[in-house]
Design a protein around this ligand. Structure first.
Ligand SMILES: Cc1cc2nc3c(=O)[nH]c(=O)nc-3n(C[C@H](O)[C@H](O)[C@H](O)COP(=O)(O)OP(=O)(O)OC[C@H]3O[C@@H](n4cnc5c(N)ncnc54)[C@H](O)[C@@H]3O)c2cc1C
Length: 256
């Protein structure tokens, strides 16, 4: 029974891929993160046909502090309040967990979001303008010929004259085209921590960042609607310190 379902699904995917091949897309965007989704949206606005290929099934969790700067939010021509977790007016900075420096502003500085919700919201905006999303399609190979760029996934081969790699830090597109080899990567660790309401209230509208506690990086607290995203990131070359220093940062916040 289960084999039949898998076989049917695989046939359906092949048929879907065939139909998509027949209906050619002006642009294939690989990756449905904020870069891919907003590009698909902008192309859709201009009447350009887009196929978005995403390796994960959406919506998908992503390890991220989820801070959208107000400058970035202004680049969008639609409102993001329905997917906003908190609005940040205050920044506090410490150096090596020392005395905090506070900065306040009368206008929003940052909107916090959960990336599963936010990224999916952006993709849906692009779909409303005609972009076709195929999720669960991990791109494995790119082949460039004189007339086409051919994009392979496990189930399908797609073709377009224009392919955009928006597949994030470990981009297959960049790898296939021999780019980005000299980049030093960053690693991050984050905890989504549910705290009592009184504790959450202390962090409302405030992002906190420590510089210096994490060698080659920094640590953060980003408030969300019902919890705190507390994390740290650093250069891969300093990653050996990350777990211990992240724990030290957590302890310094005295949340019990
Ligand atoms: C711990 C941490 C905290 C961060 N906090 C912030 C923050 O607060 N504010 C901020 O602005 N930035 C933050 N960033 C950076 C932010 O996450 C990235 O800048 C942002 O995600 C880049 O968007 P993107 O669309 O280019 O790539 P991504 O968001 O990485 O999206 C790439 C998409 O491509 C898909 N994909 C990958 N490979 C393939 C493949 N082979 N085939 C098909 N699809 C594929 C992925 O599944 C993903 O959906 C943080 C990063 C980390 C690691």
């Amino acid at each position: 029974m289960r084999d039949d379902i898998i076989e049917d699904r695989s046939r359906l995917l092949r048929l879907q891929g065939f139909l998509l091949l027949k209906k050619s897309h002006d642009v294939i965007v690989i990756g449905a993160g904020p870069a891919g989704a907003t590009l698909a949206y902008e192309l859709g606005k201009r009447g350009i046909g887009v196929l978005v290929l995403e390796k994960d099934k959406l919506p998908r969790y992503k390890c991220c502090a989820g801070g959208v700067t107000s400058k970035a939010a202004k680049l969008l021509d639609f409102d993001i309040s329905e997917v906003t977790e908190d609005v940040i007016y205050e920044l506090s900075f410490t150096f090596k967990l020392g005395r905090p420096y506070l900065g306040q502003h009368s206008q929003p500085l940052i909107y916090t979001v959960m990336r599963d919700v936010f990224d999916y919201f952006l993709v849906k905006r692009a779909q409303q303008l005609g972009a076709v999303l195929m999720d669960g399609q991990k791109v494995t190979q790119i082949q460039v010929s004189a007339d086409w760029v051919e994009v392979s996934t496990a189930d399908n081969i797609f073709r377009s004259r224009l392919v955009v790699g928006a597949d994030g830090a470990y981009s297959v597109v960049a790898r296939e085209l021999g780019m980005g080899r000299s980049i030093e990567y960053l690693v991050g660790i984050e905890s989504e921590i549910v705290v009592p309401e009184e504790e959450l209230a202390k962090w409302k509208s405030r992002v906190h960042i420590d510089l210096g506690c994490i060698p080659g990086g920094y640590a953060w607290v980003f408030p969300k609607r019902n919890h705190l995203s507390i994390g740290a990131g650093c250069l891969v070359s300093k990653a050996r310190y990350l777990n211990r220093r992240h724990q030290k940062f957590l302890n310094s916040l005295s949340m019990g």
